[in-house]
Design a protein. Sequence first.
Length: 496
Amino acid sequence: MDILEAKNIVKSFPGVKALSGVDFSVRPGEVHALMGENGAGKSTLVKIITGVYRQDDGEIFFNGRSINPGSTREAEACGISTVYQEVNLLPEMSVAENICLGRQPKLFGLIHWSAVRKRAVAALKRLELDLDVSRNLAYYSIAVQQLIAIARALDIDCKLLILDEPTSSLDAKEVDELFTVLGKLRAQGMAIIFITHFLDQVYQISDRITILRDGSKVGTFETSTLARLEMVGKMIGKDPEQVRDMDKKRKLRTSAGRDFLRAEHTGRTGMLFPMDLNIRAGEIIGLAGLLGSGRSETARMLFGVDPPDSGKLIIDGKETVNSSPGKAVSHGIALTAEDRTATGIIPDLTIRENIVLALQARAGILKTYTIKEQHALADTFIKALGIKTPDADQLTKHLSGGNQQKVLLARWLAMNPKLFMLDEPTRGIDVGAKAEIEKVMAELCDKGMAMLFISSEMEEVTRTCDRVVVLRDRRKIGEIAGEQISIQSIMNMIAE
């Protein structure tokens, strides 16, 4: 009998149908992996199960009875606990206080501290952890903190444990230790929902896999019988016939020039395994892989947002360290981030102000651009990129998504970069705007600019790039070029 059964779950937000009649079930004593790319509906489904959201339609059964939790506390009262990617405990409080926080046993209206400590020890013992519960949480490593968070989740007589990206900050040894604990919980009859983007870990720990895509359920599969290539295809929505047809459209570009950037065994502990990577002038190199593979992390590392802590970085023939975005910009490197609304466009500034922003920041406070110069610059890029607007003083928030993306491109192009890194530049924009941006990229490349292109849409990568670096589970697993580039070859590498 299933301990959790969600039937025909529907959830909509303004303009978006997040879940469309999703069925999902979990058995006692199993680790059930919940998989899907960005926007698949994983987080929405979990938030409905845990009482953060209310579904618009459908029903949830837990332990055979219908439930409709209106808060995480109500979900916990049913026996459902969640541990999130980031340990959301209080580092300056003791382990015992963290485990019992909000539910401390009391005596005569006061916290019964000896009972708190005893309860914390009992919770940790279930995970076979012997810790000093009087020490502050901050004393322990992130891996141990993650286990303490699980102990807190189990403290409420938990029957269903939901783990949302629990291994994202752990190294291989720590992951093995966590999986040993999960194996013991599974043996005790605990039901576990495991959300991750690491394919190797899914096959290492899970019994079944449910795949969501675009708010719908693709299917539930026994892990032992689902081939990796088949899983990758189901996640991205590509069957073999589709892939073969798309791969016929591959167009070759001309050869590139010398290396502008070369990374030698460059990585960042806990974020990216060391890799070798070179990007040439006049070349578009793509980063391909599923969500969580390390695509955006690679760009952030090269741009100095999260500087590397191993290897060498050689730019324009000189070894250097991009210790900050400012340093990267000084070397002629630009980056458009994945989330243009959070880290890119400033919606309440005009098009002109957005375009001149990076140029002014690089020039410093001692040099200013006159309004006339700003208008001339903005008008040049509005025309060159085909930004649809009545004038340069239009507020950027009034533009379509595609035109906002073009404004962001214009901001960095105004600096005449030597290497332009674009992280999901076509996400959320219409087909016409995508084609225009791809055309701009090709023209810039033809003029000698080096480009790094990141997209979750594999057909975009194969259509646009001269070389493709394939990533999986935060490490580079291969590279393909020219006629070898195809969706099928990328999928095969990810699935190996």
